[in-house]
Design a protein around this ligand. Structure first.
Ligand SMILES: Nc1nc2c(ncn2[C@@H]2O[C@H](COP(=O)(O)OP(=O)(O)O)[C@@H](O)[C@H]2O)c(=O)[nH]1
Ligand SMILES: [Mg+2]
Length: 424
């Protein structure tokens, strides 16, 4: 009897010992990646598992909902679990910047709250050689790789067909408009519209997605997942945070030029804009009949997009067409309306992504997420956000355009925008 008791207590000891060993193994393997619900998720350098996740499914703090009050179709997005252990996308940050903007550039690099965890590379471009100081200080600001590219005259000068005297006269006439008299601003907008995505260094890097950054912006929120991966996994091609109204005086003939291009492609049966209007974001930029451009555009100073959107045959031809028409120099066409109009007419509306969770400031305007779960990760004041309040903000229109289901279901974008009475 005694020996039976001794033997069974020995078994118990062995079982307890094995449980301890298993517990220790579990601790070593899982502990560094596990974020328990009561733990703070957003400590720098320590974020959760990609979590086929013990807690992922339960975590409603990882979704957000937004939309204008009148629209019953509120937009809800489920964010991926917090993780920097997900596979990297072939992607990086691209910046056009001057040497003199070094300080503002350093303020804009999203390292502390995002990129320290993900190490996406930076590509800096400039039509002047970068100074050693610029290269050293920007490289010191990140753990990721930095690249520095020179923008030569093939991408930053007047094309042969531009009458430079006329261009100078036009600049004088536009002096009263934002950057109306600036020559360099026009080169900048033309470069951002038609060249950064085919700059030799950009092509060499071969990024599938890019994130455009500018000096003098602010990123307010802790970002604990990979937005490139989010875009890729969700088949998103164009991501933005702020959408705004353009000053119409800078682009008086842009819409007509777009329509002439669309009409030409329609006439030659090329079907470049073949999506049904209801499937696109055309209502974000124009009225029911496509007659006027309403000046709404995504702010391209923040842009996460698929590189091949601009490398597509249709965009390349559109840029060529716009460039030949001279509006980058005789008017002051911005890359923001050019990108936005093209994307709104060319992409399926499901291919856009609103980065509501990325608090952002450019010049005096900012977007600061309003919901509590997001606001807790940001150091901005949601009361300052312009989203649905500022009459210049186009976010309401974006949300309405997403929800729009046109009555005329069969009209394609090409048919809608074709100019009447224009023959081959
Ligand atoms: N290298 C270079 N970058 C420029 C020049 N003009 C503007 N940029 C850059 O182009 C971007 C947009 O210019 P910005 O002055 O911010 O225009 P805004 O955002 O429309 O007010 C920023 O990244 C600038 O640093 C220029 O002449 N040379
Ligand atoms: Mg700017």
């Amino acid at each position: 009897m005694l020996s039976i008791t001794r033997r069974s207590s020995c078994y118990w000891l062995q079982i307890v010992f094995i449980i301890h060993i298993l517990g220790a193994i579990w601790y070593v393997v899982y502990r560094p990646t596990l974020v328990l619900p009561w733990q703070h998720r957003h400590q720098r350098g320590h974020i959760g598992d990609d979590g086929d996740g013990l807690f992922a499914a339960l975590d409603d703090s990882r979704s957000w909902t937004t939309g204008p009050p009148h629209n019953p179709n509120q937009l809800t997005v489920q964010l991926p679990p917090a993780s920097n252990r997900t596979p990297r996308v072939n992607a990086g940050f691209v910046v056009l910047v001057r040497n003199t903007e070094l300080g503002e550039m350093l303020e804009s690099m999203y390292e502390e709250r995002f990129n320290r965890k993900f190490d996406y590379p930076w590509l800096f471009l400039n039509e002047e050689p970068f100074t050693e100081e610029f290269k050293r200080r920007t490289t010191a600001a990140t753990n990721a790789k930095t690249h520095f590219g020179f923008v030569d005259e093939s991408m930053w000068s007047y094309p042969t067909w531009i009458n430079q005297t006329l261009a100078a006269e036009q600049r004088e006439k536009m002096r009263g408009l934002p950057y109306g008299a600036s020559e360099s601003y026009r080169h900048m907008c033309r470069f951002q519209s038609g060249f950064f995505w085919r700059h030799p260094l950009f092509l060499e890097l071969g990024w599938e997605y890019y994130w455009r950054v500018e000096p003098h912006v602010r990123y307010y929120c802790e970002l604990d997942y990979d937005p490139f991966l989010y875009m890729k996994q969700n088949n998103k091609k164009y991501g933005f945070t702020i959408s705004f109204v353009e000053n119409g005086g800078t682009i008086p003939t842009l819409w007509e030029a777009i329509r002439r291009f669309v009409t030409a492609t329609e006439i030659y049966g090329q079907n470049q804009f073949a999506l049904k209007t209801k499937d696109t974001l055309y209502r974000f930029i124009t009225d029911e009949n496509g007659e006027q451009y309403n000046q709404c555009h995504f702010w391209t100073n923040f842009e996460i997009a698929r590189t091949d959107l601009w490398q597509s045959d249709t965009y390349q031809k559109l840029f060529e067409f716009l460039d030949r028409s001279g509006g980058f120099f005789y008017e002051r066409w911005g890359d923001a309306p050019v990108h936005s109009i093209f994307a709104a007419l060319f992409l399926h509306k499901d291919e856009f992504h609103y980065f509501h969770d990325i608090g952002y400031k450019h010049s005096v305007y900012e977007h600061c997420p309003e919901s509590d779960t997001l606001a807790d990760k940001c150091f901005c004041n949601p009361a300052n956000t312009l989203d649905y309040k500022d009459p210049m903000s186009c976010l309401t229109r974006y949300m309405d355009a997403l929800a729009e289901n046109s009555v005329d279901k069969d009209t394609t974008v090409g048919q809608l925008l074709r100019l009447p009475g224009v023959a081959a």
